[in-house]
Every structure is written in C-alpha cells, then in structure tokens.
Design a protein around this ligand. Structure first.
Ligand SMILES: Nc1ncnc2c1ncn2[C@@H]1O[C@H](COP(=O)(O)OP(=O)(O)O)[C@@H](O)[C@H]1O
Ligand SMILES: [Mg+2]
Length: 415
C-alpha cells in the first residue's frame, strides 16, 4: 500500500450511476503540487472497485424509480438503506486494499439519483439519495455529498459534473471527446489549445438504460447484453431507428441533461411494444437499440461537437458492448475511438475518481462546476459537508490552504 502524501488527503469517492448496477468506489490521494504553482494538484489512484449493488436493494430502487408516485415512507427508508450500502461498499474496498479507515480524510459520495427534473415548464431540480449522516457516523469520517444541487440552484443542469476532471486532465494540444456510456450517455468535448473552462459537455441521450431493460424483459441471464453479443447477432431495423431518432432530446441545444425519467423503463417498454408490433426478434430489437445509443452520440458530435476530434475516449459499462463500439468506430472514421483505459485510468472508475476530486474541492471552498458544461450562471462550490469524527482536524488542515476561487486548477495524474 502506497504511503499517504504528507500534506495531501486520502479521499474515498463513491457513486452509483443510473444503471444502479454497482457502487463504484475509488480511493484517491490528492495533494498540492507546489512545484507547479499554487493551484496545482497531484492525483493518485490508490485502490478502486465496483461493489455490486445489493440485489434486493437494487430491485427495490429500480421499482421505486419506475413509479409515477412513490410512498414517502419507502423513499425515507431507502435514503438510509442506500447510505448503509455505500458504507459497506467503502469498507469492502478499503479492506481489500489493506488501507485502514484511520488513513481516510474525506468521503465524497454522489449517492444514487432518484429524480433529475429538467422538463420544460417544471422547476429545474434534482434529487440524490444515500444519507451522508449514515456514512459519516458509521465510518467516523467527514462526508461531502449532494454535489448537483448547488449547480442547479445556480441555474445549471447539475450535470455533467465529471467534465471537471475530464477538462482538467485532457486540456491540451489535441481535440478530444470523453464519452461516457452509463445508463445515460454523456460527453465532454475538450477543444485543442484551449483551457479547461472552454470544455463543454452534455448528456447525449440513452446509454445502456434502454438496452438493459430489453435484456431483462428478454430474460438474458446477466441482466444486460454481455459484450453486445445479442445486438451483434441481430439486424438494425432502419424504420424503427429513424422513428426513435426523432426524439426531441437529440436536437435540443446544449447545455442539456437527462435521465431515467426520460430514457428509462417506461420509454423502453414503449419501444419494446412497438418492435413487437413490427415483428422484430429480440436480437433485432437489441441491434436497433444499440444503434440508437451509438447514433444519438454520433448525431450529437455532428450537431454540437468541435471539428476534427482526434480521439474519442469511451468509458462506462457501454464501452464493453462491442455492438456500440463498432458502430461508433464506423460512424466516426476520422477519429480514433478507443477505450478510456488507454489514457492511463480505468474507464469504469473515472466517475468515482471525479467525485473524490469534487469532494476535495468542496472542503477547500473551490468552485468545481464548469458553467460551459452545466450552463450555470456562475462558478460555485459544489457539495454539502456532513461532519464526521475527524471534522475539527480536517478543518484545521484546510483553512491554511484555501486559495482564490477564480483561478484554474491543474491536475497531474500520477501512476
Ligand atoms: N461486459 C459488458 N458488456 C456489455 N455491457 C456491459 C458490460 N458490462 C457492463 N455493461 C453495461 O454497463 C452498464 C453499467 O455501466 P456503468 O458505467 O456502471 O453505468 P452507470 O454509471 O449508469 O452505473 C450495465 O448496466 C450494462 O448495461
Ligand atoms: Mg454503474
């Protein structure tokens, strides 16, 4: 086990995405990098794991997420149960890594999104659950959580937030796209020769959410289309695909974000009904849904992306779906479409790492939203702090470090 950097912090970043498949945990060391200026940080990934979401809790969560109206008692209880699940996920990861709780300075938990409401005519709002107080009490460590609401309160979409890390790590001489394919797809574009504040981002539309619902309805044992094998066996139905690509999300101008409320089980069931009516086989349906995810990404690049994207780094579980990857490669012949892992960090864990960084910025009072990505009116500090047993100690360490908020961070990734 790597020793902790002397003036740094060991931060546990955690997130469960819209797929509700796993609690992703990343243990990161973040430290000032004085040699590179007052705003420079180093980031080292110490340990990481995808801890399976407890199956019964997953069923319960997915069931509640698909209801139009959920009982308040169930939502209240779920908040605490998911908090407990995050505690277990952190403990299992630390245990396997051989690093003790005593070494941990901060937990940064995204929690589980229950609802992301960006519907025209409604008050923009978002709700993440997984009680931070449960995590702080049981781990005895200060927790930062609820990162999206400050950005929404500042007029933003509250998403994508991972773009902060994308922009800091990839701003440079090449134009790149960081495409994540989780339950929902999102992209960060980082134009060549510009600073992190010029990166821009948005949700491209469905990632795996529709595919996963279909896989469950068709009874695939994994609960998803492993490797994209079913989709690869099927044929894309062009007529249905064209119908589906008429969804208004795809032509809406960024910034924009979406979620399971739009591209979730209800929409998937509508599509499945339509494909049954048209006489499509399960494999053809999977092929068409995979094409929908890939084409919605490609259309987004053509409509809103920068010219001449040199490399597209694909992360999230969808990067393992070969039907998705093949279609992206064929449709984007002028770009290298590769796994995010080739950049030096695992693509399945980058979101948990990003939240560790957001947690670090929160306790240091540094804004970590990029208005160019979320559409917020201002740069604001993201997250809420729930004191744990180490709170006083933590405060005494960060107060000396607080630096002007308007300056841009730089982050170097250490191997
Ligand atoms: N080997 C695989 N082949 C195809 N799809 C996969 C594979 N592994 C994971 N996935 C897909 O990725 C999803 C999880 O992706 P993830 O990035 O964790 O999303 P989220 O951020 O929404 O949790 C799974 O639900 C599944 O659809
Ligand atoms: Mg996941």
């Amino acid at each position: 086990m790597e020793a902790k950097t002397e003036n740094g912090m060991r931060v546990v970043g955690m997130i469960s995405g819209t797929s509700v498949d796993a609690i992703d945990v990343a243990v990161c060391d973040l430290a000032p990098d004085a040699g590179n200026g007052p705003d420079a940080l180093t980031l080292r990934l110490i340990a990481h794991a995808e801890q399976r979401f407890p199956p019964a809790l997953r069923e319960r969560t997915l069931a509640l997420l698909s209801l139009q109206a959920a009982p308040l008692a169930d939502l209240t209880e779920l908040n605490f149960q998911i908090g407990d699940a995050f505690v277990e996920a952190a403990l299992r990861t630390l245990d396997a890594a051989g690093t003790g709780l005593a070494q941990i300075d901060l937990v940064a938990s995204h929690g589980q999104t229950l609802y992301h409401l960006m519907e025209p005519g409604r008050t923009p709002s978002t709700w993440q659950t997984g009680e931070a107080a449960v995590i702080a009490q049981r781990l005895g460590v200060t927790v930062t959580s609820d990162f999206r609401v400050a950005d929404v309160a500042a007029g933003g979409q509250g998403a994508p937030l991972v773009s902060y890390l994308d922009a800091l790590l990839f701003a440079g001489p090449r134009t790149v796209a960081l495409q994540n394919i989780g339950g929902i797809g999102n992209v960060t574009f980082v134009p060549a020769g510009r600073g992190p504040e010029d990166a821009y981002a948005f949700d491209t539309g469905p990632g795996n959410a529709l595919l996963d619902r279909a896989a469950r309805v068709f009874g695939y044992p994994a609960g998803y289309d492993e490797g994209g094998r079913m989709a690869l066996r099927g044929a894309v139905h062009e007529g249905l695909l064209t119908e589906l690509l008429a969804h208004p999300h795809y032509t809406r101008h960024p910034p924009k974000s979406t979620g399971r409320e739009v591209f979730g089980d209800a929409y998937a069931d509508e599509i499945l009904g339509r494909s049954e009516q048209m006489g499509l086989s399960p494999d053809d349906t999977m092929a068409t849904l995979a094409a929908l995810t890939a084409d919605s990404i490609v259309h987004a690049y053509r409509a809103f992306g920068p010219p001449e994207i040199e490399t597209v780094y694909v992360s999230g579980g969808g990067a393992l779906n070969l039907a998705l990857m093949e279609r992206l490669r064929v449709s984007l012949p002028d770009s290298r479409v590769i796994l995010y892992d080739e950049s030096g960090m695992s693509g399945t864990i980058k979101e948990a790492v990003a939240f560790a960084v957001l947690g670090y910025e929160c306790v240091h009072g540094r804004p970590a939203n990029l208005p160019s990505c979320t559409g917020a009116d201002a740069r604001v500090v993201l997250g809420k702090i729930t004191p744990g047993a180490n709170y006083n100690n933590l405060l005494s360490r960060v107060t000396q470090e607080v630096s002007p908020c308007s300056r841009t961070r730089t982050i170097s990734l250490l191997a």
